[in-house]
Design a protein around this ligand. Structure first.
Ligand code: UGA
Length: 434
């Protein structure tokens, strides 16, 4: 197919590259000239393992191109996919300005029948609204499709090329069939629904995963008090196929650009129809509090002496294998430490530059390596489970620290790793070791 993907953020760029990989001719469009220039020069504006190589192979094969010219791209395509951002408004509601803007530009450029699919996460009813906007400007025929995206940052290509399912929301059976044919090489598991249900599937899926995480984090907090081990509890629960083992890793809570935004948006969507989503409100509240688990441990260890201490922080990204720091728990944790007179030394293998840009001016010492970060610190907090951290020699780490105190916010280390060291070790939902 000839496909235009509008928006070259995570979703748009990865989807565009993967549709090209399937043999389609894909034009990726963005208003940001700088981004398009970077992409045309063979660069990738985001960090995503494997994306650069796949993009350049498909460009070389003539299946993938990048442009700022939306109208020309639309004219050359049968399928237009919207993957523009829907950032949260202060109320939590999704801001649909980019969607509306794109709809108008698509309408003005239409030169025949098109399928217009929305991959951006949008509230129920947005596809209908989009249809109305386009119809008001052109008499050309088109069909709307809701095409929610389930890829995760850090494993985006794997998730796109090997999805658990594809969801297609459509009013038109023939447009649904065209979309099913396009995605058939990826999976047999294609769920065709009405448009509103497809829009809802996306929010419900993210809200459910966020619920699993907050649930296991509360179980972890109870485990700490009753002397149980949450990793064993999660394993024992996860073998039950009705529960499943994924998204039961206790830690300092979820961050990123999706769960925090989508949970708040769904609470708002429910509120708009006079329904209070009490469970999801609690999920959000538990998550907000969970990041302070690390702080509470530091306060227990140092009491009023925390002020003036030096604390090392490993990991700034909201999860490993990404440079994304949006809503990363590290933002609140480091801010709290700095506000309380703690000297912070921080390091992330990839995300330091993004973190500094978001965090602003502060007295944090940004370090170049894991061991260097620990040097002279009174305790070390691990906030993101980058593989690099589990490879560090714990003997050398102990020697670098002023005091061998390790607070592992992601349960990376096991008791056997610490044998032969003097570490006092705290994790989440597991007995502490000394
Ligand atoms: C999430 C969903 O997993 C994707 O299916 C969805 O497409 C995407 O949002 C989106 O809406 O665009 P993502 O935010 O990239 O993907 O990352 P996840 O791997 O889901 O992790 C989210 C957060 O949950 C991270 O902060 C991670 O550390 C945390 N998490 C995850 C846990 O604390 N425990 C777990 O067991 C799993």
């Amino acid at each position: 197919m000839n496909i235009t993907v509008i928006g070259t953020g995570y979703v748009g760029l990865v989807s565009g590259v993967c549709y090209a990989e399937l043999g389609n001719r894909v034009i990726c469009v963005d208003k940001d000239r700088g981004k398009i220039d970077t992409l045309n020069a063979g660069g990738i504006p985001i960090y995503e393992p494997g994306l650069k190589e796949l993009a350049s192979a498909n460009r070389a094969a003539g299946r993938l191109s990048f442009t700022t010219d939306l109208a020309e791209a639309v004219r050359r395509s049968e399928l237009i996919i919207l993957a523009v951002g829907t950032p949260p408004l202060p109320s939590g509601e999704a801001n649909l300005d980019y969607i509306d803007q794109a709809a108008l530009e698509i309408a003005d450029a239409m030169n025949g029948y098109k399928i217009v699919a929305v991959k951006s996460t949008v509230p129920v009813g947005t596809n209908e609204r989009l249809g109305k906007l386009i119809r008001a400007r052109t008499s050309k025929r088109f069909d709307s499709i809701s095409l929610p995206e389930f890829l995760r940052e850090g494993s985006a290509i794997q998730d796109t090329l090997h999805p658990d399912r594809i969801v297609i929301g459509a009013d038109s059976p023939s447009a649904a069939a065209t979309m099913a044919l396009l995605h058939r090489p990826l999976t047999e598991r294609i769920v065709v629904t009405d448009i509103r249900s497809a829009e809802m599937i996306k929010y419900a899926s993210n809200a459910f995963l966020a619920t699993k995480i907050s649930f296991i984090n509360e179980i972890a907090n109870i485990c700490e008090k009753v002397g149980a081990d949450v990793t064993q509890v999660a394993e024992g629960m996860g073998y039950d196929s009705r529960i499943g083992s994924s998204f039961l890793k206790a830690g300092i809570g979820y961050g990123g650009s999706c769960f925090p935004k989508d949970t708040r948006a769904l609470i708002q969507i429910a509120g708009n129809v006079d329904y209070e989503f009490k469970l999801l409100r609690s999920v959000v509240e538990v998550n907000r509090d969970q990041r302070f688990n690390v702080i509470r441990k530091l306060e227990t260890i140092f009491g009023s002496e925390l002020n003036g201490k030096t604390i090392a922080v490993w990991g700034l990204a909201f999860k490993p294998n990404t440079d994304d720091v949006r809503d990363s728990p590290a933002l609140d944790i480091i801010q709290h430490l700095v506000d309380n007179g703690v000297n912070v030394r921080a390091y992330d293998p990839i995300a330091t530059a993004n973190f500094r840009a978001l965090f602003g001016k502060s007295d944090v010492v940004w370090c170049d390596g894991a061991l260097d970060t620990a040097r002279g610190a009174d305790a070390l907090c691990l906030l993101t489970e980058w593989e690099e951290f589990s490879q560090v020699d714990l003997g050398e780490l102990q020697a670098a620290l002023n005091r061998p105190i390790l607070i592992d916010g992601r349960n990376v280390f096991k008791e056997e790793h610490l044998l032969g060291t003097d570490f006092v070790y705290y994790s989440v939902g597991r007995p502490s070791l000394s």
